[in-house]
Write a protein that binds this ligand. Structure first.
Ligand code: SF4
Ligand code: SF4
Length: 496
């Protein structure tokens, strides 16, 4: 165990030293001037990059740039996922899905199964938001926010740390197994498994499980199974199947083509400007050659191994990393940046200006649905009552005739207390039926917090007193709220 820790420490120290050496040996701006173009190195390296056809693991090169930075910012969207379970609010976990008590706490709001219709609105909102984003910016969700992409980015960062740059990784892959390779691989997989386990446990924290449950043996088999499934899923999909998940498994990759149109902005290779592509000869362009110097850097950085120069592919997750790579190459060869850029088909092919978002029919339709879903959701959240009332009229039988000739109806009032304290309620009724009486008064009925209580009410009246309007309005009153529910009083006459 101790030797493993020492090995891990040595490996980390070596990687930090390597990293410092690389930083020291990085060319400064003056060295990168046009006079010192070292494109031959790009060509030597470029031969290493092949388009992903699914047979090999893609080891994408990491390069700086504005879209790389944007990708890191997108990753931060997931930070609250790891932090929120530790936030307490009014003495309890701020976001808690309490399956056992069937209560879902979101800070001050407690949602009961009766209010779960709001979840439909949330799902509708998210689905339409995804469609709207795709229409405007292609698979921008995949490129910057999707958990698969973000976790894969974290896992490849770890791989980069232990195994080195992509070329080294490929060499290591085919190298014979020796102690060094075993040590590096074990270190990498231990960190991968740790991230995967952290993800699985964090997910379960939202359901009331605590870290100690895993270590004192009190975690249930369901908890352990779900944690294992999520951890294994993260380890497999982000560590071993990364781009294959985006290319071959994710259904969204297959349907997104139907959501884009000619105005959708996506990373696009400007083939009018880039072709005829060709390698520089002695650092110089030859006559008639396009701007693309065929250095393969755009393929090298692509996390899904796409060659953007072949046109739009469903494998492209719209991350923009090829733009960063190509811009840096164009700067080196003294050409304008933007050979690969975010643009639409209309703009690239037909030189048409982009249409304002509010004039695009798809955007209008999606926005309308988004606003509707959000309004209904907002109205639902603001009208969450502290009580819920349902009245069920007994159907078997609908009424009974008593020995004095009067008719009696039975009702079950289901009263739910949605507050965090016990509640005292009074039940009343009103009706146009003359002399309608209740068998007993229902006063100061205690309903514990989060519970539903059934109150049975027996009403009786003589049939001659029941006119055309046989409705009965029940009311439940507490210090928190008043609720009403309309029902009916049935007699033999009602059956005709
Ligand atoms: S598009 Fe840019 S990065 Fe890609 S091969 Fe051409 S010059 Fe190199
Ligand atoms: S082609 Fe460019 S934008 Fe598309 S996935 Fe590859 S690097 Fe990202």
């Amino acid at each position: 165990m101790l030797s493993c820790v020492i090995d891990l420490y040595q490996c980390i120290s070596k990687r930090i030293n390597d990293m410092m050496l690389r930083i020291d040996s990085m060319p400064n701006e003056r060295e990168m001037s046009k006079d010192n173009i070292q494109v031959d190195n790009l060509y030597t390296e470029g031969e290493q990059w092949v388009q992903n056809l699914g047979e090999k693991t893609v080891h994408a090169k990491r390069m700086g740039g504005k879209f790389r930075l944007l990708k890191w910012l997108g990753t931060l969207v997931w930070l609250p996922f790891f932090i929120t379970p530790y936030i307490t609010w009014n003495g309890q976990q701020a976001i808690l899905f309490d399956i056992e008590k069937r209560q879902y706490h979101l800070f001050d709001v407690t949602i009961f199964p009766q209010d779960l219709w709001m979840l439909t609105m949330v799902l509708l909102f998210l689905a339409i938001l995804l469609a709207a984003m795709t229409t405007v910016l292609g698979r921008v969700f995949c490129g910057y926010f999707c958990f698969q992409t973000v976790w894969t980015d974290m896992f490849t960062k770890v791989e980069d740390f232990f195994e080195g740059a992509p070329i080294k990784r490929r060499k290591l892959e085919v190298a014979p197994w020796d102690l060094t390779k075993i040590r590096i691989k074990i270190s990498k997989h231990v960190v991968w498994l740790a991230i995967a386990f952290l993800s699985g446990v964090t997910w379960m924290l939202y359901f009331g499980v605590s870290w100690s449950d895993y270590f004192d043996g009190s975690a249930s088999s369901t908890t352990l199974s779900i944690t294992a499934a999520i951890s294994l899923g993260a380890y497999t999909f982000a560590g071993h199947m990364r781009e294959q998940t985006c290319l071959w498994i994710c259904p969204y990759a297959r349907i997104q083509g139907a959501m884009v149109d000619k105005q959708t902005i996506m990373p696009t290779y400007d083939h009018y400007r880039g072709e005829q592509r060709g390698k520089l000869s002695k650092g110089q362009y030859t006559k008639g050659q396009g701007d693309c110097i065929d250095c393969h850097q755009c393929v090298a950085v692509c996390p899904t191994g796409v060659d953007i120069r072949k046109g739009q592919e469903y494998g492209c997750i719209t991350c923009g990393l090829c733009i960063d790579a190509c811009d840096s190459v164009m700067t080196k060869v003294g050409k304008a940046t933007g050979l690969i850029r975010y643009t639409s088909l209309d703009e690239m092919k037909f030189n048409k200006p982009s249409v304002a978002l509010y004039k695009r029919p798809r955007v209008i339709v999606y926005s309308t649905i988004l606003v509707l879903a959000l309004s209904v959701l907002g109205a639902g959240l603001f009208s969450l009552a502290p009580m819920d009332l349902k009245v069920l009229h007994d159907r078997q039988p609908l009424f009974v005739q008593l020995s004095d000739g009067s008719i009696r109806n039975k009702y079950e009032l289901k009263i739910m207390n949605k507050t965090h304290q016990s509640m005292l309620v009074d039940v009343d009724f009103e009706s146009e039926i003359a002399h309608l009486t209740s068998q007993r008064r229902h006063r100061n009925i205690t309903i514990p917090s989060g519970n539903v209580k059934s109150v049975y009410v027996y009403l009786k009246a003589f049939e001659k007193d029941v006119g055309d309007n046989n409705s009965v309005i029940f009311s439940v009153t507490s210090g928190e709220a008043d609720l009403e529910y309309k029902s009916s009083f049935f007699t033999p006459k009602s059956m005709n």
